[in-house]
Design a protein around this ligand. Structure first.
Ligand code: 13P
Ligand code: 13P
Ligand code: MG
Ligand code: MG
Ligand code: MG
Length: 386
């Protein structure tokens, strides 16, 4: 019998801006999932949040993209949104883009990462969720976990990892994907995934036997909505140990707080700070971007755990570096590369500013010299220099 792990998240509104989910919203979502568990739609669930994103972690027997499971998640978000609206929370229902739900959350705003597996006798998994960033934020850590022997010792010393992994890379603009093998095509993989706004790792498979190793929710809200409606704060599931990377190898890349797109108004680069759930409340300039990691054992489709994996002083240094990088890059204010390229910004006044200036833009050679005005405020000596 197979087990499916479905992690579905949505921003349904935040207390005071965009940094946290109100406990009453979490409770409302939990009630819906508890009812779904009683009715046998799902086997188990855990509700958490990262920043202002409500994260539903569910296990069941129904496979990926199952209508009943997606309906349950949608109803949980709807109930949580109702509470958001009652409380007047900010951006209530932000990620629920459509009222016409038809059995699958994909393309409607919520992000979904799902994997169907045959459980190993012991099935450790790590669930990641990030706020104030985009799905491509997991490209760098995924490459390091599954392709970098300096990160993952198992690639060198465990025969089942030694053969390598297959990366499924999606072009989110063209809605096309490609499977590429590591280590053979390592440089080609990097040529794509080094542009994380466009080429996003969606799944990773073990080459040995084709088993799923990792899956990321790659929905890009701005592409779905046709206009920017908030960053597509992503979730990810990774299997660990016994032929997959060890939990410590899966967490290790996050000891480097790499730069990701998102942060304030979805329009700035900043370091991805690994934090325990209690610190997943990004408030400095609405950030810096955060990532949480929860470790579970999956047993007979039940969730044992979680363990809050970044709640470890060994990640203090990463948080400290992230704070230093935050001080440094913030001083760029509205300048790139802190601010994103205009094509990736949540919203911009650039078209209006250009429209306003359109008659004043001239060929450079036709630009007049400014007329010198003589001011009584100026001293005689200065005027003499004219
Ligand atoms: P144990 O010997 O504690 O099982 O550790 C194995 C392992 O995978 C450590 O990364
Ligand atoms: P979220 O995508 O997390 O809602 O962030 C929106 C925003 O504008 C933060 O400044
Ligand atoms: Mg929000
Ligand atoms: Mg968010
Ligand atoms: Mg969001």
């Amino acid at each position: 019998e197979k087990t499916t792990i479905s992690v579905i998240k949505a921003d349904i509104g935040s207390l005071a801006g965009h940094h946290t989910v109100h406990p009453d919203c979490m409770a409302a979502a939990s009630r819906v999932l508890a009812e779904g568990k009683r009715e046998g739609v799902i086997e188990d669930f855990y509700v958490t949040h990262v920043g202002d994103d409500l994260v539903l972690i569910m296990t069941h027997r129904k496979g990926k993209d199952n209508k009943d499971v997606h309906t349950l998640a949608w109803n949980a978000f709807k109930e949580a949104t109702k509470v958001s609206k009652e409380l007047g929370l900010y951006a209530a229902g932000q990620d629920l883009l459509s009222d016409a739900f038809s059995g699958n959350v994909r393309g409607l705003g919520p992000a979904a990462a799902e994997m169907e597996i045959v459980e190993r006798p012991s099935e450790p998994i790590v669930i990641f969720a990030a706020d104030k960033t985009e799905p491509g934020a997991f490209n760098l850590p995924l490459f390091r976990i599954f392709a970098d022997p300096f990160n993952t010792a198992g690639l060198v010393i465990d025969p089942r990892l030694h053969i390598g992994f297959t990366f499924e890379v999606v072009d989110v603009f063209e809605d096309k994907g490609v499977h590429m093998n590591s280590p053979e095509e390592m440089y080609d993989i990097l040529a794509l995934i080094g542009t994380p706004s466009r080429y996003v790792i969606r799944r990773v498979f073990r080459k040995d036997d084709g088993r799923i190793a990792a899956v990321v929710a790659v929905e890009r809200l701005n592409l779905i909505a046709g206009k920017y409606v908030g960053k597509d704060d992503p979730v990810m599931i990774v299997r660990a140990q016994s032929g997959f990377p060890a939990v410590g190898e899966i967490l290790e890349p996050f000891a480097f707080p790499h730069m990701v797109a998102g942060w304030m108004r979805g329009s700035h680069f900043g370091p991805l700070m690994p934090v325990p759930v209690r610190d997943a409340r990004p408030t400095r300039f609405d950030g810096p971007p955060r990532v949480i990691a929860l470790g579970f054992q999956v047993k007979d489709a039940k969730l044992i755990g979680p363990s809050d994996l970044f709640d470890d002083p060994a990640f203090d240094k990463a948080r400290q570096v992230a704070n230093e990088v935050t001080d440094y890059i913030r001083r760029h204010g509205p300048f790139m590369p802190h601010r994103l390229d205009p094509s990736e910004m949540e919203y911009t006044t650039l078209p209006q500013v250009l429209e306003k200036l359109k008659d004043r833009f001239k060929p450079v050679k036709d630009l007049p010299e400014p007329k010198i005005k003589h001011s009584e405020m100026l001293s005689g000596t200065e005027e003499a220099h004219d």
